[in-house]
Design a protein around this ligand. Structure first.
Ligand code: ADP
Length: 398
């Protein structure tokens, strides 16, 4: 195969990340990466770096909406000296129950995935917008969708099925999981060292944890949407459904419009809860650590709850896997927050998990378990874009 420039577009609720790789037979060479961040604000950031990390662009811009944000990206790509893409890969959290495979994007496919916006309400609107724009702006370039839910397709039915009436299951309501491309990229990076029983904790602004047996997903903490599972920066994670009803009744006292009420509930559970809700301060772990150091009790409680749910999930996943051989931390917190890793692993000696204090004192890739620890504990940054490039190359070859 000759070399193929592949562009990767990865959008979050308020950001668009992009990168380009030159993909040869077994080779993947990064050409550049960049992002627009802070969509919906006057102080958005727009940057681009080459493969050597040299800044090509670094601007503060008003980014009132995603259209302005994506136009900046498209203009920069069109005017850059880099080769124009031969293919584009898009990250998508969930394509709903009917779009489960990574594949070529057509206008019909985008419509189909958009029908299930409720399955990833913070992510789908911007992702489908960017897909439509990419088809319009790069009409001769094949675009491919890479789904987070793809990695979780191997979860057994007992794990993915929801305990709800059949009529809702028939509408596609079940556990799909998220962060799948990150998990896939950890398995990919471990290559032949993938252990039989692996637990990976992806701890970023959104947080989740998965049990992986022999390289295949067995269970994951997120559910129908990324709001389920672990406590995240601004999301509740799993919560007594009675709490949702309580809040909904409170909201219903202020509006008779059911859609408005549903949107208000969505805002509470997805944008105002989690670390932000409990601390009343911030969803950012760095801010919380600073506040804890200054004696802030609510910040302490928020982080304690975060750690507590992760520990409970680790216990549950070990039970499911029948033991564990390796625990991997990834994501912004997993890679950088030394204290979170120490607090999560404290007292898990009975499960064979023992950290080495000195080794844990790092940011970035490392083995951090103690010499005699039965379980190897590692920090591995995710390589989601690389994984998307791999899928695109495979799909181009079909
Ligand atoms: P996203 O889910 O948006 O991709 P990231 O994976 O970038 O999020 O993770 C963001 C989280 O990582 C934030 O809570 C941030 O505070 C945390 N983080 C990043 N760097 C550090 C650091 N040096 N120490 C502690 N936490 C960090």
């Amino acid at each position: 195969m000759s070399s193929l420039p592949v562009l990767v577009l990865n959008s979050g609720s308020s950001s668009i990340k992009f990168s380009a790789y030159e993909a040869g037979a077994g080779e993947r060479e990064k050409l550049f990466e960049g992002a627009v961040d802070g969509i919906g604000t006057d102080l958005g950031k727009f940057w681009m770096k080459d493969a050597a990390g040299r800044k090509l662009l670094d601007q503060t811009r008003s980014l009132p909406n995603r259209a302005v944000a994506f136009k900046l990206v498209a203009d920069a790509l069109h005017s850059s000296s880099f080769p124009s893409p031969a293919a584009i890969g898009h990250r998508m959290v969930s394509g709903g129950p009917t779009v489960l495979e990574n594949q070529l994007i057509t206008p019909d496919l985008i419509d189909e995935m958009e029908r299930y916006t409720a399955f990833a309400p913070l992510h789908t609107p911007i992702a489908v917008y960017i897909m439509r724009e990419a088809l319009r702006l790069f009409p001769d370039v094949p675009n491919f969708v890479c789904l987070d839910s793809y990695f979780h397709r191997t979860m057994p039915e007992v794990v993915s099925h929801m305990p709800i009436p059949e009529e809702y299951s028939a509408m596609g309501v079940r556990r799909f999981g998220a962060h799948g491309i990150s998990y896939e990229s950890i398995v990919y990076q471990l290559q032949s060292n993938v252990p039989e029983r692996l637990i990976v904790a992806h701890l970023g602004n959104g947080a989740s944890i998965s049990a992986i047996r022999g390289g295949w997903c067995l269970d994951t903490s997120m559910g129908l949407t990324p709001t389920g599972g672990l406590i995240s920066g601004t999301r509740t994670g799993d919560i007594d459904p009675g709490v949702l009803l309580f809040i909904l009744h409170k909201i219903a006292a202020t509006t008779t419009n059911a859609t408005e009420a549903a949107d208000a509930l969505e805002t509470v559970v997805s944008k105002r809860s989690g670390l932000l809700g409990v601390s009343g301060l911030s969803n950012d772990m760095r801010d919380l650590r600073e506040a804890i150091a200054a004696g802030n009790a609510k910040a302490r409680l928020a982080v304690d709850k975060f750690v507590w749910t992760i520990r409970k999930w680790i216990g549950g996943l070990v039970a499911e896997l029948g033991g564990v051989d390796m625990l991997v931390f990834t994501g912004g917190i997993g890679e950088n927050d030394i204290d979170s890793r120490a607090e999560i692993c404290a007292g898990l000696g009975a499960l064979g998990i023992e950290l080495d204090r000195e080794r844990n004192n790092v940011r970035g890739a490392a083995t951090i378990s103690a010499e005699g620890s039965r379980v190897t504990v590692r920090v591995i940054p995710p390589a989601e874009d690389l994984m998307i490039v791999n899928h695109v190359v495979r799909l181009m070859g079909k």
